[in-house]
Design a protein around this ligand. Structure first.
Ligand code: ADP
Ligand code: GLC
Length: 501
């Protein structure tokens, strides 16, 4: 029997993306389908999403004299005080639901803030509405769309499990709808003041330590972690790390309490989107058997970034420019990298001070360091397909996807030993090299000493051309697909259902 799962999130690749969350939400339906799961995805109706959905669904012909039929699947007269509708779209071959609520989502800017990057002051209401709508839908408010399991991603969707638990749906005595709360990044928790509580439409008993209350205010992620049947994170190592204060960021106690209910399931990548044999963003397509063709892509990259051409290694970074990603430490190591004959092409957006620091390094090393400040999906593919190595010096990394794209494209990952980076890259130590198992370089300690040594090791390995090609090939052959993780999520949904049966 197939299981219906409602996946709810604030971004999905192809429609709206600020990071890896969007890639995972987009890939999940196809990953679980082979395991008998029918996944529907719910996202907010930001203007770009509404426009894309309307463009893809041709309106039905309207008979003269008749009002066009409202294509809404459901209408809320008041969702957290605002009128809202549910409209249908498509996510590839999979169903998509869009929460159209112009008062909350119909604005220019990003999904979480205005053009200047300042968070919307009513984010609590925007994402409480998303959670409420998800719970209503899963709970059967819309005929034909009810779900067996609800799967919420990150703080923006985290009130959905709380609404399911505290405002129970269905007939009295009906079995509860189990829920999964996936934490993609513990650094973002959605904290708000206590004054929002009465406006959430939750019963009084939802207030308190086992409800939505967090240090006297309301914590959205905390609420979801408390209410969900199971918590998952996006790698096994991160699931262990967040038991400690350094990674748990205040929620380590709750993670410990929920102990066996916390699981790590590592992300895969969309292997259709990231296929070096067919990727249109590459100047030359290649496979593990035609690695030398990557040279064409490397030259194209040098031109795109205004870099000198030589036989030395070309490193890339594709990242949000933030403290999490260790970009400040990268800046400290750039003279070292260039001094050893390396070059760097960086694509990133974020913190202005970090961007300025990178610009100073690029000015110091013309032709050796090239920057592109901004967001460019096609360029990110071209970079993975042409560069020799990708640097990921994150202080913490719940999973990380750029190292996986690197593995798939023969771009050797050089990563900090944390979270998903630790779980997905096999360090090129002597034993792993001898066994043909090495796929990259790991380093401990995100500081100058740690990263500089990793860069030194990478450059030395690069000059052993045979060993380097072996590492590239092992990376390309490693399993970074969704196969295993799709099965793990499906098994989890089944397990939860059998518990509530
Ligand atoms: P996070 O979600 O923490 O930012 P991930 O590694 O999981 O980190 O995912 C980042 C995603 O965003 C990847 O798909 C990566 O290729 C993409 N990305 C990050 N910065 C840029 C950028 N400036 N331009 C294009 N893609 C980017
Ligand atoms: C978050 C994490 C990143 C992870 C992504 C998708 O953005 O920072 O490590 O890969 O979510 O799960």
């Amino acid at each position: 029997m197939s299981i219906r799962v409602l996946s709810v999130a604030s971004e999905v690749t192809g429609l709206v993306k600020t990071g890896g969350l969007a890639d995972v939400v987009a890939a999940l339906p196809a990953a679980v389908t082979p395991h008998g799961i029918e996944m529907t995805t719910l996202i907010p109706g930001y203007p770009a999403v509404i426009a894309a959905v309307q463009a893809s669904t041709a309106p039905a012909p309207v008979k003269r004299g008749r009002k066009p039929a409202d294509p809404a699947l459901h209408v809320w007269d008041s969702l957290l005080g605002e009128p809202a509708r549910l409209i249908a779209g498509k996510l590839g071959d999979h169903p998509l639901l869009v929460l159209d609520c112009p008062a909350l989502f119909g604005r220019d800017g990003g999904p979480y803030g205005d053009m200047g990057g300042k968070d919307w002051p009513d984010n609590w209401r925007r994402f409480a509405a998303l959670g409420r709508a998800a719970a209503d839908i899963a709970g059967g408010a819309v005929p034909g769309l009810g779900a067996d399991v609800l799967h919420a991603h990150d703080w923006q969707a985290a009130l959905a499990p709380a609404y399911l638990r505290f405002a129970p749906y269905g007939a009295p005595g009906a079995r509860p709808i189990p829920s999964v709360m996936t934490i993609h990044n513990m650094a973002f928790q959605g904290h708000f003041g206590p004054e929002i509580f009465p406006r959430l439409g939750l019963p009084d008993r939802a207030w308190g330590v086992s409800g939505v209350e967090y240090h006297g205010g309301v914590g959205l992620l905390k609420a979801g972690m408390e209410a969900a049947s199971t918590i998952t994170t996006v790698s096994p190592t991160y699931a262990l790390e967040i038991r400690e204060a350094r990674f748990g960021m205040g929620l380590e106690g709750l993670i410990q309490t929920r102990g066996p209910r916390v699981r790590g399931i590592v992300n895969g990548i969309d292997t259709a989107e990231w296929d070096s044999a067919t990727d249109k963003a590459l100047a030359a397509n290649f496979t593990v058997r035609s690695l030398p063709r990557r040279a064409v892509n490397k030259r194209a990259l040098e031109t795109a970034f205004g870099l000198q051409s030589d036989d030395g290694p070309l490193f890339i970074v594709i990242s949000r420019l933030t403290w999490q990603k260790g970009i400040d430490v990268l800046c400290e190591c750039l003279d070292h990298l260039v001094g050893l004959g390396g070059r760097l092409a960086l694509l990133g957006a974020g913190d202005a001070a970090l961007a300025a620091e990178l610009s100073r390094a690029a000015a110091r090393h013309p032709g050796r360091i090239g920057l592109r400040i901004g967001y460019d999906e096609a360029l990110s593919h071209a970079m993975q397909g042409g560069a020799d190595a990708i640097l990921v010096p994150s202080r913490f990394e719940p999973c990380g996807l750029t190292q996986l794209y690197g593995l798939a494209y023969g771009c050797v990952p050089v990563v900090a030993r944390t979270g998903g980076l630790a779980d997905t890259v096999v360090d090129a130590n002597i034993a792993a090299l001898a066994a043909g198992a090495a796929t990259g370089i790991q380093f401990a300690g995100v500081d100058y000493a740690g990263l500089a040594l990793a860069i030194t090791r990478a450059i030395a390995l690069y000059h052993d051309r045979e060993a380097w090609a072996g590492v590239q090939r092992a990376g390309m052959r490693s399993d970074f697909s969704w196969r295993r993780s799709g099965a793990a999520y499906a098994a989890l949904y089944r397990e939860l259902l059998s518990e509530t049966a």
